[in-house]
Design a protein around this ligand. Structure first.
Ligand code: PLP
Length: 405
């Protein structure tokens, strides 16, 4: 037993379990996995090496592992309706790197949304290998709407002729227009890659339009709205299957994490149940109820609201930076992250915004009726951000709500 072998780590894990249970966990990229996913993640599959793919391995003893990985692949293909699935990327960033390796040479032009506008580091941001080793051009959102302007995307694509265009990101509160991106990619002969890491669960549950049929390559993490273990997948059309598989292994990785593959298979099974559709739609209903309640309390939301699971708040009008606000909210029992907002004038380590999402609290069982409570606590906590006693009183109220679930 862990407690006997390593009481220090056992105690820390228990402390983290308590911490998670005592918070409204609203980091938009996090979730609570089921005990079935957790069990698969902690299984003996972690003992195995299985470089290669089902039926073509470099190590013996794959009788069981091949079945596990094949199940994960088949479930991913069925759930998303794609020709091919690679379930081996170790996480979202390596999955995106595999896409570069599959389709680009160093120095080639790639286009993605810039990080401070809501894109991801791996879509060509300057500090990432993708921005250093490739000629990355970046599109933004419009200043007046906070939303991507497809005419600007088209103009940039036509001027720069990228080989690959990424759509999707980490802080995009609005629906991604996959058909419009596909049209632009078609016009300039680029491969469109939809990174649906944040919204995969919404896509699977029918609460966000699917990129399938528009983007020939789709990358996703498995641990956000999809509610699986930490991992990733690349889904693609048959014509790209070989290039993607070769890029993941042997191009970029060694042995896959078979325990994670099993847990991904479990999560995909769970996501194909009717209850998951309800869950996905409830995530969006909760986010929209939260957005409405925040707007009523004078919060300034990037793009004016949300179509999905996340809300991005510009705190400039509340006269507080994102970092002190996030710290105060954490003490008040509401866990989220500070975040840059489009055209931020502050530094990345203390930007103007906070980002929060509803996947975790929806898993916990919260409903739209409870979202005004959260907005009210947020308003009070931000107003009292330097008053620990006031923040602790809010944390006690949060506890009371969590105790009723
Ligand atoms: N792509 C997007 C859109 C993301 O939001 C993230 C993570 O936040 C990633 C890729 C990278 O995933 P990971 O942190 O698992 O490497």
């Amino acid at each position: 037993m862990l407690r006997e072998v390593d009481p220090e780590i056992a105690t820390l894990i228990q402390a983290e379990e308590r911490r998670q249970a005592s918070k409204l966990r609203m980091i938009a990229s996090e979730n609570d996995v089921s005990s079935a996913v957790l069990e698969a993640t902690g299984s003996v599959l972690t003992n195995k090496y299985s470089e290669g793919y089902p039926g073509k391995r470099y190590y013996e003893g794959q009788q069981v592992i091949d079945q596990v990985e094949q199940l994960a692949i088949d479930r991913a293909k069925a759930l998303f309706g794609v020709d091919h699935a690679n379930v081996q990327p170790l996480s979202g960033a390596p999955a995106n790197l595999a896409v570069y390796l599959a389709f680009l040479q160093p120095g080639d032009t790639v286009m993605g949304m810039s990080l401070p506008m809501g894109g991801h580091l791996t879509h060509g941001w300057s500090v990432s290998a993708t921005g250093k080793w490739f000629n990355a051009v970046q599109y933004e959102v419009r200043k007046d709407t906070g939303v991507v302007d497809m005419d600007e995307v088209r103009a940039l694509a036509q001027a720069e002729r990228p080989k690959v265009i990424f759509c999707g990101g980490t802080a995009i509160p609005r629906t991604i227009d996959f058909p419009a991106f596909a049209e632009i990619a078609g016009e300039v002969g680029a491969i469109l890659v939809a990174d649906i890491a944040h919204i995969a669960g919404l896509v699977a549950g029918g609460a966000h339009p699917s990129p399938v049929g528009h983007a020939p390559v789709i990358t996703t993490t498995t641990h956000k709205t999809l509610r699986g273990p930490r991992g990733a997948m690349i889904l693609c059309d048959a014509e790209h299957a070989k290039a993607i598989d070769r890029a993941v292994f042997p191009g970029l990785q060694g042995g896959p994490h078979d325990h994670t593959t099993a847990a991904i298979a479990v999560a995909l099974h769970e996501a194909s149940q009717p209850e998951f559709r309800e869950y996905a739609h409830m995530i969006v209903k909760n986010a929209q109820a939260l957005a409405e309640a925040l707007l009523e309390r004078g919060f300034d939301l990037v793009s004016g609201g949300t179509d999905n699971h996340l809300v991005l708040i510009d705190l400039t009008s509340k006269l507080i930076g994102g970092k002190p606000a996030a710290r105060a909210l954490d003490r008040a029992g509401i866990e989220l992250n500070y975040n840059a907002v489009p055209f931020d004038t502050r530094k990345p380590f203390d930007p103007s915004g906070i980002r929060l999402g509803t996947p975790g609290v929806t898993t916990r069982g919260l409903k739209p009726e409870q979202m005004p409570l959260i907005a009210n606590w947020m308003d009070r906590a931000i107003a009292a951000h330097d008053n620990d006693q006031a923040l602790d009183r809010i944390a006690a109220e949060v506890q009371e709500l969590l105790g009723t679930l």
